[in-house]
Design a protein around this ligand. Structure first.
Ligand SMILES: [Mg+2]
Length: 171
């Protein structure tokens, strides 16, 4: 079946995502993309701002978890530095690892969310997995390839806006 990767929520950055809001929605596990979501591609260590945001999630009883397609040791370094767990080489949008992880954690899809900057990997993975999907604007688009990819994702970001407007009219 074809899954339409229209995000459930679109925000400008992770910092617009409030722990209270996620708690209200029953989210217990927050899967977070790393590159261009938590930080720029070549950032070595988490910033103080990121650290505080992660701590806020933990205080609200939400487990922040790095779920990254990256190879190398960045995910591990970030995770260790933030005292959280991680998966790298996750192969998003493939959901095999996602379902394994939910089983390991004993968390249901209804209590899980994913946040990321890419529609065709992060959001599609979340949709296929039946979890809450939150898209953000990529932190850095100076790389022409990233800009091109972002352009290719725009129809789904517009579809979200349209749906949101229709919802507003109904309410
Ligand atoms: Mg990314």
């Amino acid at each position: 079946m074809l899954t339409m990767p229209i995000p459930d929520i679109i925000l400008k950055s992770i910092y617009e995502l409030k722990p209270e809001k996620l708690s209200e929605m029953g989210i217990k596990l927050l899967l977070m993309d790393l590159d261009n979501t938590l930080d720029k591609y070549h950032a070595k260590f988490p910033t103080v701002r990121l650290r505080n945001w992660i701590d806020g999630m933990k205080r609200a009883g939400i487990e922040p978890f790095i779920y990254s397609n990256s190879h190398g040791d960045r995910a591990e370094r970030f995770a260790n530095s933030l005292s959280i767990e991680y998966v790298n080489k996750a192969s998003k949008p493939n959901v095999k690892r996602l379902f394994e992880l939910l089983k390991e954690k004993n968390v249901s899809p209804e209590n899980t969310a994913i946040i990321g900057d890419q529609i065709y990997t992060d959001i599609l993975c979340g949709k296929k997995g039946g979890i809450l999907t939150i898209a953000i604007t990529p932190i850095d688009m100076t790389n022409p390839f990233h800009l091109f990819r972002y352009g290719a994702e725009l129809p789904f970001r517009y579809a979200y806006k349209r749906r949101d407007k229709m919802k507003e009219k109904k309410d």
